[in-house]
Design a protein around this ligand. Sequence first.
Ligand code: FAD
Length: 579
Amino acid sequence: MSSSPQNPRTLRFSLAAAGRVLYSSLPNGGRVTTIETDVLVIGSGLAGLMCALRLGRESGVFLASKSDLSESNTRYAQGGIACVISAEDSIESHVQDTLSTGGGLCREDVVRAIIGAGPAHVQALEALGISFKRRMEDEEAYDLGQEGGHSHRRVLHAGDITGQELIRVLLEEVGKIPAVTMRPHLMAIDLVTTGWLGLPGENRCLGAYFLDRDTGEILAVRARATVLATGGAGKVYLYTSNPDGATGDGMALAWRAGLPILNMEFVQFHPTCLYHPQAKSFLISEAVRGEGGRLINSAGESFIERADPRGSLAPRDIVARAIDHEMKTRGDPCVYLDITRKSVRFLKDRFPTLYKTCHQFGIDMAADPIPVVPAAHYFCGGVQAGIDGATAMPGLYAIGETACTGLHGANRLASNSLLEALVCSTRAAQTLLENPGASAPPRVAIPDWRPGDAVPSDEAVVVEHNWNEVRTCMWDYVGIVRTNKRLERALRRIQNIRREIKTYYHSYLVNADLLELRNIAAVAECIIRCAMQRQESRGLHYSLDAPTPDRLHPAHDTLLQDPPGGPVSAMDALERQGV
Ligand SMILES: Cc1cc2nc3c(=O)[nH]c(=O)nc-3n(C[C@H](O)[C@H](O)[C@H](O)COP(=O)(O)OP(=O)(O)OC[C@H]3O[C@@H](n4cnc5c(N)ncnc54)[C@H](O)[C@@H]3O)c2cc1C
C-alpha cells in the first residue's frame, strides 16, 4: 500500500532523507507505518550518536530514541573517559589495571584493542569540538582525574559535566547530516526477525517495532542493519544512579529474540550516591575520592581500610561492599564522604555541578561530610558482541552498555565504559560501511500490529505496583551481597511477576510504562539466572554461600540463551499477534 499524503506524520517521514514510508498507520494496532532505512540505530547516548555520526556521511540512518534525544546515561557521566595521554602513563599499565579489576574474566584481546585505540578516538572527539579540561597552572597539560583501580591519573574530563558535553556536541554534529533522521519519543518494542516471520534460512534481523509515545501508534522500521545502543538497566534496582530510561530494553529485546546474553550477574554498584530524601539518583563522582575524599562512618571513623589497604581508592565493588557491611553492622542508613580538606575555590572549580547540587540540598562540601549510599550503576554483562558490535544474529549489532564485549570481565574499571562506547560505535560504523551489501535483508513486509482484544488500561496501578515489586525484590535479594536462598526466592517472585505482566500485556494496549516493566522484569530474571549459574564469588558477584573464586575450574562467563518462543523467552509480541 502506498503512503497516505493526508497523514501529516507520513508526510513528515517521507521528507526525511533516511526513511521511506511504505504504509500508513492506525493508533496502537492495525496497519503499521513501515519506515525503510539503511541502518536503524536505537538509542541516542554516546554509542548511538557516535555510530550515527560515523555512518551518516555515507549511509542513510534512522536513529530512534525513546525519550528526548539528549536523555541517556551518557548525559550524567561526571568522571570522564579513561585514556592514556600522559607521558608518565602507558597503554600496558591501563591494560593491566583493567585486567586486574576484571577478576580474571576480561578478554585480553578486546582489552588491548579498546585501550590501544583510546588516544586516537579521544583526539577525534577533540576534533569534533569536545574540550577536555587543562590544568589551572599549565594550559598545555590535561587535568587528568584519578579513579579507583587506576594506577595513574588518566581520566579526561570536562569538569563534572563530561557526559553532557559529549551529548551536546554529538547532537549538534549529527544534526548537521541530512542522511540521518533523528526521532525522539520512539520506543523500540521488539525486534523483527526472519525466524519470527517463519522464513527459511538463517535467522536474521529485519528491524523493529516501535511505540510512538506522542501518539500511541505502532510503527515498524525495516533496515539492512539494526544497532542496539540502548544503554544499561539500573532501574531494575530500587536505588540507582541511572536516569528513568535505563530499563535494559536492548538486553530484553535481544533475549526475547533468542540472542546469547552474558554475565548479567555483574552489576556494578556505585559506592556513593547522594543520600537525601529529595535527591533522585544523584551520583557523587568517584573523582571526589580521587581528589582526597575519605569515606567515614557516622562516628567519623575511616573503615574501608579494614577491607582493602587502598582505602577509599580501592575498586568500586570492594568499596560498595564495605559500605554495605558498615551500614548493616551499625544499623546506619548511610555513610559519609569527607572532602572538607579541600578549599571552596578548588571544589567549585573541579566539581561545579556537584558543589551546586549539594548546596541546593543544604550540604556545603567544603564544610560538611556528604551523606552517601551505594546504588546500582553499571551493567558489565549484556548482549554478546564483538568490538564492532556484531552479534550472533546477522543484521543485528549491539554497542555501548547494552553489549558485553569482554572488556570489563567481572568488574568494570572506572571510566572505561565511555571509552568502550566510543571505540565500539566507531568500529560498528566502519564494519557496516565496509560491507554495505553483505547482509541485505529479504524484501518481506513487516506484519501489521494486531492488538487482539486489547483495550486501554484502566488499571495503571497494577503496572506501578509491579514496577516497585521488581525493584524492591532485586534490591533486597539480588543486591551487593547474595545467597543461594535469596536468589531462589527472587527467581520465584520475578517469574510470578513476569506471568502477571504477560497477562496484562495481552489484555491492554501497550504504553511506555508497561513496556519498560516488561523489560526490567526480563532483565531481572536474566540477572538472577546468571547469578545462580555462578557458584563462586568473583568481581561484582559476591555470594555468602561461596565467598571466594572457584580455583578448581577455569574462570568462565555465564551464558543465557533461550530459543525465541522457548519457555522463558516466549516472545509475548508474537503470541499477542497470534503468530
Ligand atoms: C550518573 C552516571 C555517571 C557515569 N559516569 C561515568 C564516567 O564518568 N565515565 C564512564 O566511562 N562511564 C560513566 N558512566 C557510565 C556511562 O555513562 C554509560 O555506560 C555510557 O554512557 C553508556 O552509553 P550508551 O550510549 O551505551 O547508553 P546510554 O547513554 O544510556 O544511551 C542509551 C540510549 O538509548 C535510549 N533507549 C533505551 N531504550 C530504548 C528503546 N526501547 N527504544 C528507543 N531508545 C531507547 C535511551 O533513551 C538513550 O538515549 C556513568 C553512568 C551514570 C548513570
